[in-house]
Design a protein around this ligand. Structure first.
Ligand SMILES: Cc1cc2nc3c(=O)[nH]c(=O)nc-3n(C[C@H](O)[C@H](O)[C@H](O)COP(=O)(O)OP(=O)(O)OC[C@H]3O[C@@H](n4cnc5c(N)ncnc54)[C@H](O)[C@@H]3O)c2cc1C
Length: 414
């Protein structure tokens, strides 16, 4: 394949993890690769992901791992079979960075950072001949040429194949702004609307509650909610009360189904178990104990340790009548209804759902534009946080590179 693809020129647009992986695969396969990115440097979201402790992949059993991609699992599976959690870890090691498995099964680079990995990776890519052009924005096509606007104005770039890896639409200031959607729609490419994924939600808090508790974390709570298949699910973890609602890992883990329920019904309800380590019976017994002259609030604090934001939530989400009735109050502590009214805007989300539909693709090549491939978050899949996002970006980037090489070889032969 090397000799036949050597003189072929491939353009990759987008220097996130998916585009970088595609570009490196293509260069190692013998193509001449030019990578364009609109931003002044590549990998900005990848670097941000490293700021809070980067999960690169997940160490759970592979069969479970694949199910995290929900509806897209079958489409992604062959790519994850080729470049799944173990291959991601081996590849990170090949960059000279060690990894470890955290207690949750999440896999991290040893120093939890993205910058050393990105530096080593870009160094390898340069050695392998990838040419990176930053501050170059792709604007669409003019016939067969790519319209690219750089610091010296717009140029028409001709090439033998293209990989688009333009990301979703969260954190637009890092480069992925979803501006590609009309450009692909004009080409007849079916794109599912982008929606926030791994996102927070708005709750109509009273100003008293939000002024007092915004920013307070709820550690050790459980949420009972309904999943995408209509089943009741219960998950324990942590989240944060914000001025406008709720956010954090426990909320993100449930967010895809909650977002879809709000989209279908206008709002949705979750139930909080404020004391997940105590049984309902124990809570009921403690609430019912005589409290003498103490207020109910100080009774709950002394008998059950309910104080701060947990006590505030209980007050916020129960009526005066419930608060005055020990049975109903005990039930509310174990199952407190909180109504979510809308997801936070996509720009604040960790990732986006939606994107180029698998039906619009032949492998990862656009059916309506042969020779143009897509990879990464711009394709219509979503996954929870925990390393699943980056793993699928790497896997689709690698596969887009491999499919481009095969396509170039076949078009050379025919
Ligand atoms: C705060 C935060 C933390 C995260 N933490 C994790 C984590 O720990 N683990 C995990 O698995 N995932 C994490 N993610 C998600 C992960 O970073 C993304 O899923 C991943 O970066 C998507 O890769 P991508 O290559 O598809 O797109 P992106 O990384 O978004 O890259 C797209 C690139 O395309 C460029 N571009 C877009 N349009 C154009 C254009 N018209 N012309 C030229 N260039 C263009 C952009 O400038 C950008 O560089 C996190 C995300 C956020 C926001």
């Amino acid at each position: 394949m090397h000799s036949q693809t050597q003189s072929r020129r491939v353009v990759v647009i987008g220097g996130g993890p998916a585009g970088l992986m595609a570009a490196h695969t293509l260069a190692r396969g013998g193509a001449q690769v030019d990578l364009y990115d609109a931003m002044p440097s590549v990998g900005r979201k990848f670097l941000l992901a490293g700021r809070g402790g980067m999960n690169i992949t997940h160490a759970e059993a592979y069969e479970v791992f694949v199910t995290r991609y929900a509806k897209a699992a079958a489409s992604l599976r062959p790519m994850l079979d080729a470049f799944g959690p173990q291959q991601v870890r081996d590849w990170v090691h090949s960059l000279g960075v060690d990894t470890f498995v955290g207690s949750s099964g999440r896999v991290f680079p040893t120093d939890m950072k993205a910058a050393p990995m990105l530096r080593a990776w870009l160094h390898q890519m340069r050695e392998d001949g990838v040419r990176v052009h930053t501050r170059h924005r792709w604007l669409g096509w003019n016939g067969s040429a790519l319209r690219i606007a750089g610091p010296d104005g717009e140029v028409a770039v001709e090439c033998d194949a293209v990989v688009l890896a333009l990301g979703g639409a969260s954190w637009a200031r890092l480069g992925s702004d979803g501006a590609w959607i009309p450009l692909l729609a004009q080409q007849g490419v079916e794109v599912a609307p982008l929606a926030p994924a791994n996102c927070g939600f708005d709750v109509d808090w009273s100003s008293h509650f939000s002024d007092k508790f915004a920013g307070d974390p709820l550690t050790t709570v459980a949420i009972v909610s309904t999943d995408a298949s209509g089943q009741t699910v219960r998950k324990q973890g942590q989240f944060v009360v914000t001025a406008s609602g709720v956010e954090g890992s426990l909320i993100y883990a449930l967010s895809a189904a909650l977002r879809d329920q709000i989209s279908a019904n206008g709002s949705t309800q979750i139930y909080l178990d404020l004391l997940p380590d105590l049984t309902a019976g124990r809570v009921a017994d403690e609430v019912a104990r005589p409290r003498g002259a103490r207020s109910m609030s100080s009774h709950l604090q002394s008998r059950l340790g309910l104080k701060g934001v947990k006590a505030g939530l209980l007050r916020e989400c129960t009526s005066a009548a419930v608060f005055a009735d020990t049975d109903q109050l005990a039930a509310a502590i174990k199952l407190l209804p909180v109504r979510l009214v809308r997801p936070r805007p996509i720009d604040e989300a960790i990732s986006s759902a939606g994107g180029v539909c698998f039906d619009a693709l032949d492998g990862l090549m656009l059916k309506s534009r042969p020779g143009t491939f897509v990879a990464g978050e711009m394709v219509d899949w979503e996954a929870p946080t925990g390393g699943y996002l980056l793993t699928a970006c790497f896997a689709t980037g690698l596969e887009a590179g491999r499919q481009t090489l095969s396509w170039l070889q076949n078009s050379t032969n025919s």
